[in-house]
Design a protein around this ligand. Sequence first.
Ligand code: EPZ
Length: 425
Amino acid sequence: MEKLMIEGGRALRGTVQISGAKNSALALIPAAILAEDTVILDNLPIISDIANYIDILAELGVSVNQRADSFAIQPQAIRNTALLGDNVGKLRASYYLLGSLLGRFGEAKLGLPGGCNFEPRPIDQHIKGFEALGAEVHMEPDYVHVKARELVGSKIYLDVVSVGATINIMLAACRAKGTTIIENAAREPEIVDVATLLNAMGAQIKGAGTEVIRISGVQYLGGCRHSIIPDRIQAGTYMIAAAATKGDVLIDNVIPKHMEALTAKLLEMGVHVHEMDESIRVVGQPVIHGIDVKALVYPGFATDLQSPMTTLLTQARGVSMLIDNVYNNRFQHIPELVKMGANIRIEGRKAMIEESQLRGAKVTAADLRAGAALFIAGLCTPVGDITEVYNLEYIDRGYDHLIDNLTALGANVWREPVENLQKKA
Ligand code: EPZ
C-alpha cells in the first residue's frame, strides 16, 4: 500500500504527453479476441488495469507480447470461455469479455466485475442486448453465464445511455447472423475507437459516435494493427490542474474536439485555453469565476472530470453549482476536500462550491477520479503544506507516469509506503 505525497504552492509549467485512452484500451483488448489472427494495439497506457487485463487473457490461453506501449494479442489458441478467477473482479471492464467470448464462441462464464465502487453499477442493459441477440443469460451469485446456440441480429433500444452496454452489444453482434441496430447508443469517442478496430478486423459497423449504430454480422474477423486514441480524461485532468495551480501547461497528443465541453467551461471561468491541431495550452489566471457545471453523457461535460473540476471550482470566485446527471453518488471526493478546507455543501445531486483556501491534510481516494481531485487539491495548498493521498493504487489504475509527469511540470510529489500501523488523523 502506498500514498501520494504532494507539496503545495507550485504552479505547473511545461509540457505533458498524454497516453492512450484507458477506457478505450479496456474495450479494445477484449475486442481483439474476436479475431482469428494476431491483433497489435499501439499506444496502450502502462497502468494497472491493463496489466490486470493481460493476466485475464492469459487465463483464456491468449498470449500477449508487449514491446513498450505496443501489445501483440494472439487469440488463435484460446482454450476456454470461463473466467472465474480473482483477476476478473479487479476491474469493471472485464465484462467486455462477455460480449467478445459470446460473439466468437457463443458462450462465456465470467466472475462478477469489480472496479470503482462509488455506487452500484448494474449491467441490465448489457443483458438486454445479449438476450435480444438470442443468448440465454444466467445471473448466478458470483458469476454471469451467457450462452447462445446462434446469435441473430436484432434492434435494441438502450433504456439508459450506457458506454459499456453499447460496446458490449457491438462486440457480441459483429459476428451475429444478420443486422443489429443499437438505438439510444452512447456516443463516447472510445466507442468510435472500438468500432474502428472491429472494422479494421473486417466487421461492418456504421454510425459509431451517433445514437444509432448499425452492425452487419460477418463470418470472419482477422488480425490488424490499431493505435489507440489519446486519453481525454487524463488530458482533462492535466488541463484542470494547470488552471487550478495558475500554471502554463501544454497538453500534447490530444484530440481537441474530445475536450470541447471542458475547454468551453474553462473559458467560461476566465482560464486561457489555446487549441492547436494535436495539443492544447492552458494558462491559469490570477482570478477565475465560479460557474455551473452539469456532468452528462458525451458530448456533454464528462462525469469522469466532475471530481477534478470540483477542486478547480474551489479556486474560483463566487459560488459554483455542480450536478452529476450520469451517476447518483459520485461525490465521495467532497468530504475529503472539506477536510482540506473546501467550502462545499451537497444538496441531493447538487454540490454548491465556494471559493476556499485549501490546506494540506491526510485524505483518502475513494475511487480513481476522486484521487485526481485530491492530488490537484494538494497542488493548490500553500508552499510548505503537505497533502497525503491514501489509496494511491486507485490513482495508478488510470494515470500512468503521474509522478514523472507532475515532477516534470515542477510539482514536488512522491510516493511513500503506508506503514501498517500508521493511523491517519
Ligand atoms: C464507462 O463506465 C467508464 N468506464 C467510466 O469511467 C465512465 O464514468 C462511464 O463510462 C460514463 O462515461 C470504462 O469505460 C471502463 P455506463 P460504464 O454504462 O460503461 C447506468 C473511470 O473513471 N447503467 O455508461 O460502466 C450506470 O449505472 C470510469 O474511468 C445502467 O443503469 O458506464 C450509470 O449510471 C468510472 N445499466 C450510467 O448508466 C447498465 O446496464 C452510465 O454508465 C449500464 C449502465
